[in-house]
Every structure is written in structure tokens, then in C-alpha cells.
Design a protein around this ligand. Sequence first.
Ligand SMILES: Cc1cc2nc3c(=O)[nH]c(=O)nc-3n(C[C@H](O)[C@H](O)[C@H](O)COP(=O)(O)OP(=O)(O)OC[C@H]3O[C@@H](n4cnc5c(N)ncnc54)[C@H](O)[C@@H]3O)c2cc1C
Length: 408
Amino acid sequence: MKKQLLIIGGGFAGFWSALSAIRQSRELQKEDELEVTLVNMDEYLTIRPRLYEVSLEGLRVELKKYFKPLNIKFIIGKAEIINPEQNLVTVATNSGALSLSYDYLILSSGSVLKAINIPGIENTFNVDTFNGAQRLEDHLSQLASKNFEDDGATTFVIAGSGLTGLEVVTVIKEKALKILGEHGQDPIDFKVVLIEKAEKVGNYYSTEAQDYVIKTLESKDVTIVTGVSLAGVTSKGATLSDGTFIPSQTIISTVGLVASSLCNFFKGEKDKLGRLHVNKYLQLEAYDNVIAAGDVANIPTDDKGNSSLMACQFSMFLGKWAGHNAVNSLFSQPLKPYNYTDYVTCVDLGQEDGMLTTGWERALAFSGIEGKNIKMEVTTKLIYPADDVDTALTDSYPEVPNVSQNAV
Ligand SMILES: Cc1cc2nc3c(=O)[nH]c(=O)nc-3n(C[C@H](O)[C@H](O)[C@H](O)COP(=O)(O)OP(=O)(O)OC[C@H]3O[C@@H](n4cnc5c(N)ncnc54)[C@H](O)[C@@H]3O)c2cc1C
């Protein structure tokens, strides 16, 4: 009977877990004694960091292209119940519920946009999932078909000035203009409003980087409203916490991510984003056969109190470690402690503009066209798996990344 490694989630962490597990089982000459199964809600590795972009083309990588030749069993379905005491997962699929048992589990079900409890939240748009981004694009297309003539149609309101919020505010006009052009209409002067509940946007950056962001938003004519939050949304506009009403048919929420609710099936402390704390091997302390990787995991990255963030540069590498350690654990081989020493952020700030910051203090390193080129290099190349399956397999070995060196 083969040992069963079950992976929930086929995003960056799950994808790399699966490849790393196969690679490591080959290395141990145990491939014939292991079955790797991955459950994902759809057929794709979705390149979430690009979902804000002008075009949605090329933002999904077909998983079966990699899984089929590597004999990774792929189930499209939604894991609904995890019973870690009995090593069982219930998965809803189009052809009914499946009960999957495992010897080892990797939880890599990622994150979702934080829900905000306000009236009319269903009227907001998002770029959190491919379907969400597609819905926004369809909506803009519908507005374009009427030349954005209805009340509030030319105003876009974005709530949240995190990285995604900054990217949406600086790209949304370009996206709307492209769609308008496809409808054969002349350009329109759109209005973009950024709502931030803190007193200043981008306060997670160093002062220099934050000043650069604010200057850029001002130069792109973004109206910045701080110290307020969304209080209610209708199809006609947004009401803010200070009572102001902004007529708009397009209100986009980018208020941050929380971990997948599947984390709640496990005992143990969770952080404020709902993530599971893992040890240096990515294991959950309360279980001897569960690893968490990617946006569901909180792992210390140094001895200064910093820990992993919900970001690809962590998820990809955590996945590579997860597959490796799960297989080594199953075959009683030494585990590899996670090691990560470097941290950068890249943000797209619209046409010919972007910014790279380095370190946990997020110091400004590159901006303008240089910053943009680095951002594009990272998101259109570095975070994609190699096209060739064998190369991707080799790339799945867990190694200390030097992200800033890669990025520049
Ligand atoms: C708009 C946006 C911009 C971003 N920009 C950046 C950026 O610039 N740089 C950066 O580093 N990071 C960025 N991120 C964050 C980055 O995308 C995430 O950190 C990364 O996707 C996490 O990878 P993951 O594999 O943990 O989870 P995900 O990529 O979320 O993958 C999880 C997978 O699990 C599946 N799943 C979830 N629940 C279940 C279930 N119950 N059953 C079966 N399958 C399930 C999902 O469908 C998904 O395929 C951005 C995210 C967004 C949304």
C-alpha cells in the first residue's frame, strides 16, 4: 500500500509542494511507494499578484500540464471538512462528496479577501480571485457599452491602500480606457478615489518610500481620502464612515487578506490573520503528520520578530520546503529547517512607474521605470514555473532564495 500524501490547494504553495514531493521521492528512490494527490477548486495555478492588471490574459497556468507527467493525482473539488484526528478530508466535487484519507497532509489553501461587515458589500468588486477580476472586467465592459454615461459610471472608488489597493488605483483608468477602446468609444476623463482608514496611505513603507507613493498618486490625479472607511455600498455609490456619499458604480475592495478558513480545523494558536503557527520544519506542533505552507502559515523568518507574509516570495519557497519535508517525514529521513533571509516588496504604480523596497524597513531601492521593470520581471517571469516540466521539477528543491538579487 502506497503512502498517501494529500495536498489541499493548488496555488503557489500547493503547486511547489507537489513538485517538491515528487522530486524528493525520486531522490529517495521511493516514488513507487508514494501517491501524491492534490485537491484544488479549479484547474489552474492562478497568478494572483497580476489580477489587478489591464488584461487577464496569461494569468492562469494549467496544473495538469505538470501533474499528469509526474503522476500527481489531481482532484478538482472543494475540501470542506478536515478531521486531523482520523486523517480524513471530505471534498465536494461535481460528481459528489469524496472522503480522502492521508498519511501526511499539506495544507496550502491560501487566503481570501477579508470580509467587511457593511450593508451592500455584495455590490463591491475585487481582484482577489480570477472570477472576481473577471467580474470586474465584465462590469467595466458593460459600462463601456453605454459609454460610461450613467450617474457615477466614470468614478472608481478603491477601498484600502495596501499593495493591491495601490496597484488598482494606478492601473484602473488604463484598464477602463482599454475596454472603452475595444467598444470603439473615445477616451473619457475617469476619476479615481482611494479610501484609506489610516491617516496616511502606505504607512507600512519607510518614509521615503511612502512619500514616493503619495507623490505618484497625486501626479496620477488620484483623490486620496484618509481617516475614513466604507460604511455602506449600493449599485449607485459608496457611503463613507463620515457620512460622505460618493456616486460610483465601481467600488473595489482591497482591504487585505485572511487565511483560508480550513485553518480552523486544527488545534493550536493562530495569528491575527487566522494563520497557523508552524515550527521550523513547517509542521503543526499538535500533529505529527500535518504541514502548513503559503498564506495559511506563519513562520518566523529571523530572530528579530519578523515572520512570513502573505506573499509569493514566501508561498513558493514554503511550498518547496513543505513537499520535501513531508516526504522525508514519511520515509523517516532528516527534515530541512526553513531558511529565509531576504525580503523585498515590488509594487506596480501604473504606466512607466513602479517601486522596489528592500528589507523589513521597506527602504526605497528603485522607483519609476526601473521599479516598474523589476516588478514586471518578478510577476511576469520569476513567479511562473518553468514551462518545461523537468526544469520545474529541478527548481522545486528548497533553497535559500536571494530575492533582491533575483529581482535586480
Ligand atoms: C491582487 C493581489 C495582488 C498580490 N500581489 C502580490 C505581490 O505583488 N507580491 C506577492 O508576493 N504577493 C502578492 N499577492 C499575494 C500572493 O498572491 C499570495 O501570497 C499567494 O497567492 C499565496 O499562495 P498560496 O499558494 O498560499 O495561496 P493561493 O495562491 O491563494 O492558492 C490557494 C489555492 O487553494 C485553493 N483552495 C482554497 N480553498 C480550497 C478548498 N477548500 N479546497 C480546495 N482548494 C482550495 C484556491 O482555489 C487556490 O487555488 C497578491 C495577492 C492578490 C490577491
